[in-house]
Design a protein around this ligand. Structure first.
Ligand SMILES: [Zn+2]
Length: 263
């Protein structure tokens, strides 16, 4: 599933390529024909992400709300575009680029008030400048839930998915079974700053790379895929070689190193 960095990068790219001039909107697959009609001919005024949620405001009172879910994709095509491939729910065609949306969990028009209500149910997004760190810290202090499960809860922190939660806890040396409230203030602050740093790096790279280039001996852009992560979906810790623990948590497995992340 795309994590927050993908959606923020997407919002930035949509804004850059579709902002300012009228956009032609169609639903080649037909399932979003009415919505596409309402978007058609309006410029994209603002595209923004909150966690894994994307909002595109066209300035008419309609906001396009997209959640990619597990298999959804927004693919960039040249303009004028080639024929759509597969079931394209929405095609946004600008002068500089065309974007094809397929397989989203959500693709709908909402009002600005509805956007506010959706965002109100989400936690702080570490990639946003308006992220409320203090409120997030307060929630950690009050929660007995395992931190590994807590990090996946989008109503606590929005934008972390299964890859980042495993990698961030590894980078901070925190075992995922520890209750959120057992983290010291320093540990929480390190967890937050590591999250911000890693997600920003993800936006810049367009992929998740958490390993230290000095440790791997190559720059991030030239790392082999098996060297980009410390623990996620691995058998052994990329740092110390210890066999990893795999624990079901928050509905998905999490990988952790018993040496680098003492329980
Ligand atoms: Zn280790």
């Amino acid at each position: 599933m795309p994590e927050g960095h993908t959606i923020h990068r997407l919002a930035r790219d949509l804004q850059r390529t579709l902002g300012g001039a009228p956009v032609r909107a169609t639903s080649p697959q037909g399932r979003f024909a009415e919505g596409a009609d309402r978007l058609d001919g309006h410029p994209l005024v603002a595209a923004e992400a909150w966690g894994k949620y994307l909002f595109c405001d066209v300035g008419t009172g309609d906001v396009l709300h997209v959640h990619l879910g597990l298999i959804g994709k927004f693919r960039r095509r040249p303009s004028p575009p080639p024929d759509p491939v597969g079931a394209v729910r929405l095609r946004l065609e600008g002068d500089a680029a065309t974007w094809d949306l397929s397989g989203p969990t959500r693709c709908e028009l909402v009002t600005v008030d509805e956007q506010v209500a959706i965002v109100a149910r989400l936690g702080a997004d570490p990639l946003r400048r308006d992220a409320d760190v203090d409120a997030t810290r307060e929630r950690f202090v009050r929660s007995g839930r395992p931190v590994g499960a807590y990090l996946l809860d989008q109503s606590v922190i929005a934008g972390i998915g299964n890859v980042y939660r495993a990698e961030i806890l590894f980078l901070c040396g925190i075992h995922p079974t520890r209750p959120a409230r057992s983290l010291s203030e320093e540990e929480f602050d390190q967890l937050w700053s590591t999250t911000v740093e890693q997600l920003r790096l993800g936006v810049r790279m367009g992929r998740i790379v958490t390993t230290d280039p000095d440790e791997i001996g190559r720059p991030r852009s030239r790392m082999r895929s098996e060297d980009r992560l410390y623990v996620y979906h691995r058998d052994h810790c990329r740092r110390c070689g210890t066999e990893l623990e795999v624990i079901p948590m928050g509905g998905r497995p999490i990988w952790c190193c018993p040496v680098c992340q003492p329980a």
